[in-house]
Design a protein around this ligand. Structure first.
Ligand code: NAD
Length: 421
């Protein structure tokens, strides 16, 4: 089924709102607070003119959405992709609000995106576009206002350019303006691995919770980037068999388990998983329905829908990506007894270490990697148990349990702060 055929089912903001509605009903949330939480606080659309390498001028469209600043500065990544839309950025910003609340870090939720195809742009063009984007957002961002980070197709280098541009305008070096920077330029040890490690820890906690073996499980991972690739390596180290993994061009499959360090080496060298020796090719649709114990969707939104949810064999789904499962698919998975560790919990290791990075930048004192990982592990494990408890208390799924936990924490702050008018 194509995205067009899926219609409203694939509209990310509608998907977010659907879950918020369920949580609000279970919590008997006051209608006024519900209206506030259903409406993004601030949205900015900017035009970014860039002189391309061939001398032509192109104007890119960029967005920054702050969904909520009730619990602290807005926090969330910047995505570069031809598919970016305001609706998607809105949903991603709201998911950041809920995610920061689930792991109880003192941030609200924001997200940004630029409609562009970074694979067809040179480094010079990307640098110019990033600097123009940073300068266009000057009035709404800042370490106490809104702190961006990398997301799909942006990385440490993007954050270094962003931080430098902000700092040039401010006439000070202000590293806390973004997280996900290179170590040595105010970045934190362990930030690169944090989301993938958090996903692997959530797999461990989910298996423990369900009484399933904590090693030797068959794992399938969709996406082999910062989240999927790193999660797959940690899961391999934990003694699981990663039987299939994919990238945007397709996947590779070996029933007895892939040698993950060798797979990642091959990917780094060739830029693709395709052609990895000793594995068969599998497409992204087939990959999701392969027999396995654990499925980790870690690529993009709307991968598990009403069209394929019934064909999923995994007992456990741990969502590395944001919004990989639609609300209609939730119902099918639930009735089939699949345990879903939701995105706003499972991939929160990244924002947790981003919070540590922001704290370290503001202190000017940097921690060792083992301290970063130990602190993150404690937060991820505690958050997992809080979500399971919330699901039990509200007699609902772990996803809606996570929303209940998050909405309740944000609503608590809104009640205390009151409405300034
Ligand atoms: P990335 O760009 O590093 O990797 C994305 C991976 O998915 C690549 O392997 C790419 O080839 C693949 N991919 C892209 N489109 C695909 C498609 N249509 N079908 C199959 N594979 C596809 O990005 P990332 O940072 O790993 O982010 C992946 C997801 O995780 C996104 O939803 C992102 O919002 C979310 N996320 C990322 C972080 C982080 O710290 N990087 C934190 C939380 C959530």
């Amino acid at each position: 089924m194509s995205t067009a055929e899926l219609g409203a089912e694939s509209n990310p903001y509608t998907q977010m709102q659907h879950r918020l509605d369920k949580a609000a009903a279970l919590l008997s949330l006051e209608p006024g607070l519900y209206s506030i939480l259903s409406t993004p606080t601030q949205e900015l659309t900017v035009a970014l003119p860039v002189q391309m390498d061939d001398g032509s001028m192109r104007v890119f469209t960029g967005y920054r959405v702050q969904h909520s600043i009730a619990r602290g500065p807005a926090k969330g990544g910047i995505r570069y992709s031809p598919d970016v839309s305001l609706n998607e950025v809105r949903a991603l910003a709201a998911w950041m609000t809920w995610k920061c609340a689930v792991v109880n870090v003192p941030f609200g939720g924001g997200k940004g995106g630029v409609i562009c195809d970074p694979r067809r742009m040179s480094q010079t063009e990307l640098e110019k576009m990033t600097r123009r984007f940073a300068s266009s957002l000057m009035d709404i961002i800042g370490p106490e206002r809104d702190v961006p980070a990398p997301d799909m197709n942006t990385n440490e280098q993007t954050m270094a350019w962003f931080m430098d541009t902000y700092s040039m305008h401010k006439r000070v070096t202000d590293t806390a303006i973004v997280t996900g920077k290179p170590v040595g330029l105010g970045g934190s040890q362990g930030r690169r691995e944090a989301t993938g490690l958090g996903v692997a820890l959530t797999v461990r906690e989910s298996l423990k919770h369900l009484g399933l073996p904590e090693s030797g499980c068959k794992v399938v991972v969709q996406g082999s980037g910062n989240v999927g690739g790193i999660a797959a390596e940690f899961l391999h180290e934990m003694g699981h068999h990663v039987v299939a993994i994919s990238d945007m061009y397709g996947g590779i499959h070996n029933e007895s388990g892939l040698d993950m360090p060798a797979v990642m080496k091959h990917l780094k060298k060739t830029g693709k998983l395709e052609g990895f020796p000793g594995a068969e090719a599998v497409d992204n649709a087939e990959l999701l329905t392969l027999p396995c114990d654990v499925l980790v969707p870690a690529a993009t939104e709307n991968q598990i829908t009403s069209a394929n949810a019934a064909d999923i064999h995994a007992k456990v789904i741990v969502e590395g990506a944001n919004g990989p499962t639609t609300a209609k698919a939730d119902a099918i998975l639930e009735s089939n007894g699949v345990f879903v560790a939701p995105d706003i919990l499972a991939n929160a290791g990244g924002v947790t270490v981003s919070y540590f990075e922001w704290v370290q930048d503001r202190m000017g004192y940097f921690w060792e990697k083992k301290d970063v990982f130990n602190r993150m592990e404690r937060i991820m494990v505690e958050s997992f148990h809080s979500v399971v408890e919330s699901a039990k208390k509200n007699n609902t799924s772990p996803r809606i349990g996570a929303y209940c936990l998050a909405v309740d924490r944000v609503a608590y702050c809104l009640r205390l702060r009151g409405v300034y008018a």
